[in-house]
Design a protein. Structure first.
Length: 115
């Protein structure tokens, strides 16, 4: 089993930046696909970005060009650099780790974008 702990959320103004971190422990290894998802009030959880073991990335259209996902396998940590934040980015952001049938989630970190 994998334990995931997110950090870095907070309240920012439109146009500002935040960096989220997700530290993994337990039976994690570099083969895991790591990702970020988010869930806004009243909405379903949606994919934000994923990064494979080889470093290939995929982003939701809404965040392309503004968000960057990266991973440090030595630290078992994945990051989400978010720039030019918009009010519609407000959500709880969840870290995910997948490998075959293993699918683990963090507890989430809140991001609020408001003037």
């Amino acid at each position: 089993q994998v334990q995931l702990v997110e950090s870095g959320g907070g309240l920012v103004q439109p146009g500002e930046s935040l960096r989220l971190s997700c530290a993994a422990s337990g039976s994690i290894n570099s083969r895991y696909v790591r990702g970020w998802y988010r869930q806004a009030p009243g909405n379903e959880r949606e994919l934000v970005a994923v990064i494979t073991s080889s470093g290939n990335t995929n982003y939701a259209d809404a965040v392309k060009g503004r968000f960057t996902i990266s991973r440090d396998n030595a630290k078992n940590t994945v990051y989400l650099q978010m720039t030019n934040l918009k009010p519609e980015d407000t959500a709880v952001y969840y870290c995910n780790a997948k490998l075959f049938i293993q699918n683990d989630w963090g507890q989430g970190t809140k991001v609020a974008v408001s003037s």
